[in-house]
Design a protein around this ligand. Structure first.
Ligand SMILES: [Zn+2]
Length: 68
C-alpha cells in the first residue's frame, strides 16, 4: 500500500514537472522568433527573418525567385 502511494505521488510529480517545462518552453520559443533580426530583400524590400534569408554575392533575398 505504501509503495503504491509513493508511485502515485512520483507520477504526479513527474506530470507536474513536464507540464511546467512545456509551459516554459512555449513562451521562450515565441520570444525567439519575435526577437529575430529582420532583413530586407534586395529585390522587393520584403522583410524576412534572418534565418529565412537567402544570401548570395553579399546580397539578401526573400525567396529563390529573387536570387535569379
Ligand atoms: Zn524579394
Amino acid at each position: 500500500m505504501f509503495i503504491k502511494l509513493i508511485l502515485v505521488l512520483l507520477l504526479g510529480w513527474i506530470g507536474i514537472n513536464l507540464m511546467q517545462r512545456y509551459k516554459k518552453n512555449n513562451p521562450s520559443n515565441s520570444k525567439k522568433s519575435q526577437g529575430q533580426k529582420m532583413i530586407a530583400c534586395d529585390v522587393c524590400d520584403t522583410h524576412v527573418p534572418e534565418s529565412d534569408v537567402i544570401k548570395k554575392n553579399g546580397k539578401n533575398y526573400c525567396s529563390k525567385e529573387h536570387v535569379e
